[in-house]
Design a protein around this ligand. Structure first.
Ligand code: HEC
Ligand code: HEC
Length: 256
């Protein structure tokens, strides 16, 4: 009975789709072709694509880099005779200054974001040998780089905006492996074999280990992680984490 009903519904749906598609399609197609006819603008003779390149967020200190296409829509070859970057910090150079008719070259633009803030717009003005002009615009938003300028030397990882990555995520996990991955791996290495901070393998004293994690080592990079010391971990989480760490193999496996 149920099966029969299903097949019936399928049939109805199939008929519905079959019946509707051609009707739905044709007005759409018609509309589409009208749109392309109407909205097709005359191609600029010197054409930069995209006109505006939006890189989104870039961390302060990292380079903002974009590649534009410069197209020659003239009937004859052109030479790029002038490239004006709107500020000294913008590097902008076409791959080739000579562009055959109907061909293109690439324009790489790079901006150093050091000490820049928020919404930045850089323009590069291009002029060709026939007098055509075009503008390439590079946009990006410079965001704070939490690890720039070695700020971590003096500031604790649970303070200010550091907490959004080093503290908050820990509140919602309960398994030892997850707590480790979110709260410790970033410094002690993904498999606890050490990275920025020492390896955590071979601990034999669970209580001692627990005490170090709970109280920290007196450095802002390794503060106390237990709630009673202002950290994110409750007693159950502390327990799960220590048990997970104690079960790790005592030595690095034959990787190095
Ligand atoms: C956007 C998330 C995020 C924020 C915010 C953040 N960190 Fe980190 N932190 C990480 C990650 C991920 C790592 C792992 C190393 C890496 O990939 O840079 C890390 C690593 C570290 C390290 C180990 C050394 C290193 O650079 O690798 C220290 C120390 C540190 N963070 C301190 C801080 C301090 C202090 C702040 C606040 C000023 C902070 N972090 C803010 C994500 C963050
Ligand atoms: C932002 C980096 C950072 C994070 C995150 C971090 N630690 Fe540490 N940890 C350190 C540093 C730095 C030391 C101290 C090394 C030293 O003594 O100079 C340390 C020391 C330790 C020690 C003592 C190691 C030894 O051999 O003396 C233990 C145990 C430890 N951390 C466990 C953890 C655990 C577990 C977590 C996750 C809950 C964690 N740490 C998160 C940076 C970090």
């Amino acid at each position: 009975m149920v099966k029969g009903l299903n097949i019936f519904i399928l049939l109805v749906v199939a008929l519905f789709i079959g019946g509707c598609t051609p009707e739905a399609d044709s007005p759409q197609q018609a509309k589409h072709s009208v749109e392309t006819q109407v909205s097709l603008p005359a191609m600029p003779l010197l054409h930069i694509q995209p006109a505006i390149y939006d890189l989104g967020d870039i961390k302060e200190g990292e380079a903002a880099i974009a590649t534009f296409i410069i197209r020659n829509n003239n009937d004859e070859p052109i030479e790029i005779v002038d490239v004006q970057a709107a500020c000294g910090c913008t590097a902008a150079e076409p791959d080739s200054y000579l562009i055959p008719s109907g061909s293109f070259t690439q324009l790489k633009v790079a901006v150093d974001t050091t000490a820049k803030q928020q919404d930045i717009k850089k323009t590069v003005h291009i002029t060709d040998s026939l007098g055509n002009k075009a503008v390439a615009t590079l946009k990006f938003n410079v965001v704070d780089n939490p690890h720039a300028n070695k700020v971590m030397q003096s500031k604790g990882i649970f303070e200010g905006n550091c907490a959004s990555c080093h503290f908050e995520p820990l509140k919602s996990v309960s398994k030892g492996a997850d707590i480790y991955a979110l709260g410790c791996a970033m410094c002690h290495g993904v498999d606890a074999t050490g990275a920025y901070a020492p390896a955590l393998l071979g601990h034999t004293d669970a209580e001692g280990l627990s005490a170090i994690i709970a109280h920290g080592v007196g450095k802002p990079q390794m503060p106390g992680f237990a709630q009673e010391n202002g950290g994110p971990l409750n007693p159950e989480q502390m327990h799960a984490l220590v048990r997970w760490l104690m079960e790790l193999p005592a030595e690095k496996d034959a990787k190095d």
